[in-house]
Design a protein around this ligand. Structure first.
Ligand code: HEC
Length: 126
């Protein structure tokens, strides 16, 4: 391979890498905007927050959700359903991490495909 070809190849690799990173960034921004518009962030924070004086957040932080469900098969489908239909008021799996109330159904505020988009983004949070 001559020098010019090498430079050309390097440039292509760089261009592809930055385009992919950029596409991912705008997908994340789009999902976040959907969540803001649907009112999710009135009860949830994106980043984990330490509780102050024992006061817990209304809904679990989405970083905590990602940690809880990362790698679990079917998590995206399960969470999409919960978000649309609301959570079981007797579930206690967020005990000591959230206030302990059930999530109301969000189906009036968000479509199924948008919910899926937000849930995929939540599960990708690190
Ligand atoms: C009125 C407050 C409120 C709003 C608005 C709200 N949530 Fe929740 N959310 C909660 C609570 C409370 C929980 C914990 C429920 C539980 O313990 O079962 C929760 C749990 C979750 C979970 C984890 C479910 C589980 O079973 O582990 C996800 C994911 C989630 N919410 C996403 C969303 C999204 C996306 C939206 C916006 C469309 C949203 N929430 C809007 C209060 C809310």
């Amino acid at each position: 391979m001559n020098r010019q070809n090498k430079i050309c190849l390097l440039f292509s690799v760089w261009a592809l890498a930055t385009t992919t990173a950029f596409a991912q960034q705008s997908a994340d921004d789009a999902a976040k905007k959907v969540a803001v518009n649907a009112g999710c962030l009135t009860c949830h924070s994106i980043k984990h927050v330490e509780s102050k004086d024992g006061v817990l957040p209304v809904g679990p932080a989405w970083q905590d959700v990602a940690n809880q469900y990362r790698g679990k098969p079917g998590a995206a489908d399960f969470l999409t359903r919960i978000v649309l239909e609301g959570s079981n008021p007797y579930a206690s799996h967020w005990k000591n991490k959230a206030a302990g109330i059930a999530m109301p159904p969000n189906v009036v505020a968000i479509s199924e495909s948008e919910t899926r988009q937000v849930v995929y983004w939540i599960l990708s949070l690190k």
